[in-house]
Design a protein around this ligand. Structure first.
Ligand SMILES: [Zn+2]
Length: 231
């Protein structure tokens, strides 16, 4: 039991951290957001809602500058003010904004936003457990190796989530008659639009696998779906 105590403490610490950051995020988002009212975007949201048999898809504007979309742990969808400005400036069109909303809906529908918060606390527990063991075996570098392993595991998890949310978005956009073209054209712009984001975002904000890989994955899905339709 004595041997397990540090691990147990690490787990409890991770859990407390998880609840605290979930609570803080919810508070911050609520305090700094308003509901999206743009008629063109509302119309696209209504079309997607109809495809999902939902009465309405609520989207909020989060009053921060970095360009991003977010699915909060409580299932609410946010577009940042910075992103909305790019739309108002004509740098991103309404269909492309709809593709972001569809992507975030994917995170909600597939349970990512909750799981990612859990992953976050799980990551802390994993990091601390590994650091404890490796730190003893390899004094000095053990902790660094533990951090590295944790980061690789976490990156793999979030990449998988991104591809799944993209696939969900593609299916929804096709069903709503919007199609996947805006999803792909947005990826072409995303690197440039988010260039100033570095380091400013909480952990569960859109993380970006290579955009070319994401476009290729969408095209593979489309080819597969086209084949299923023919069969
Ligand atoms: Zn995402």
């Amino acid at each position: 039991m004595l041997k397990l105590t540090p691990l147990l403490l690490a787990l409890i610490y991770g859990f407390v951290l998880y609840w605290f950051s979930a609570w803080r995020t919810a508070k911050q988002l609520e305090a700094k957001s308003t509901e999206l009212a743009d008629p063109l975007l509302r119309n696209l949201c209504d079309r997607m809602a109809a495809s999902l048999d939902l009465p309405r898809i609520r989207v909020h504007i989060y009053e921060v500058d970095p360009v991003n979309g977010l699915a909060a742990p409580d299932g609410r969808i946010y577009i940042t003010r910075g992103f909305f400005q790019k739309y108002r400036q004509g740098l991103v069109n309404a269909d492309e904004m709809a593709s972001v909303i569809a992507h975030e809906l994917g995170h909600v529908a597939l349970g990512h936003s909750r799981r990612r918060m859990i992953d976050f606390s799980g990551q802390n527990a994993l990091r601390m457990g590994l650091a404890m063991v490796l730190g003893r075996l390899l004094p000095g570098i053990g902790v660094m190796i533990a951090n590295l392993i944790t980061r690789v595991v976490a990156a793999g998890l979030s990449r998988k989530d991104e591809y799944e949310a993209d696939a969900y978005a593609s299916a929804l956009l096709v069903k709503a008659g919007i199609g996947t073209a805006p999803q792909k054209s947005l990826f072409g712009k995303l690197d440039r639009l988010t260039a100033s984001n570095a380091g400013a975002m909480p952990a569960w904000f859109m993380s970006h696998p290579k955009t070319a890989d994401r476009v290729a994955a969408i095209e593979r899905n489309e080819a597969r779906w086209a084949k299923v339709d023919r069969d």
